[in-house]
Every structure is written in structure tokens, then in C-alpha cells.
Write a protein of this length. Sequence first.
Length: 154
Amino acid sequence: MKKIALSLIFALALPTMLHAQEPNEEQRVERMQKMTERVAKRLKLANENEEWFKQTYTAYLLALEEVQTMYPRTREVKEDTPNEELLKSIENSFKRSEAEVSVKRTFLAVFSEKLTPAQLHEIFVPSRPQRTNRGGQPNFGGMPPGGFPPMREF
């Protein structure tokens, strides 16, 4: 009986798990819009530049996304991967980096028409706040301050 119940739960959950792994177009666009909104808010744009910025920044994100699909990253390298494939992966990585830099330079010229150098810096070299734990100390890899947690005695 337990095996049947577990099998039924697994069979019902499997399509949900598979669908959750691949974001659909709607989720991708929504994520991109939220990112654009956050950057626009952080830049404190004037009202007349805000709509222009959102359209241009969305085009910028789409161009970067296109580069990433043209030159996909190699996720996992196994011991038996042929040398030619490894060299091809390295070459793809270089091509992706070059294409990303090209897109960034192109959009730097476009953004510099209406944005200040400080705003450009925030787009292309964003400052990210350092993550901290609850005590306000820097959080390095999720470890509590002072190293490992104390051992419990039983």
C-alpha cells in the first residue's frame, strides 16, 4: 500500500518538477522586466528618460541573452571528455566573452547619449552590497561567526 501511495505521489509530482526546471517565455520576460525596474530605480532617472531607458535596457539584456545562447557554457566536464571538445569549449568561452564585450561597448555608446557617467558605471560595473549574517558580520559561505558551530553533547 505504501509503495502504491509513494508511486502515485511521485507520478503526480514528476510533471511539476520537470516543468519547474525550464522557465517559460512569460517567466523570462517577467524576470527581465523586474530587473529593468530595479536598475531604473537604482539609477534615479528623470521621468522623460525612464521609458527610453527601460526599452533600451531590455534590448541590451536581450542582446546579452542572445550571445549566451549562441555560445553556451559547458556545464560539466567529465574525465573521458575528448581534448578536442575541451579546446572547443575554451574557444567558445573566449568567443562568448568577446561577443559580450562587443554588445556592452555598443550599448555603452547608446546609453551615454542620455545618462551620466555615474549612471553608466552603475549599469556596467554595478556595486553589490556585501552579504552579512544576522549579526551584521560578513557571511562567508554561510558559516556562523567564529567558525564551526559547537558540538552537541548527547
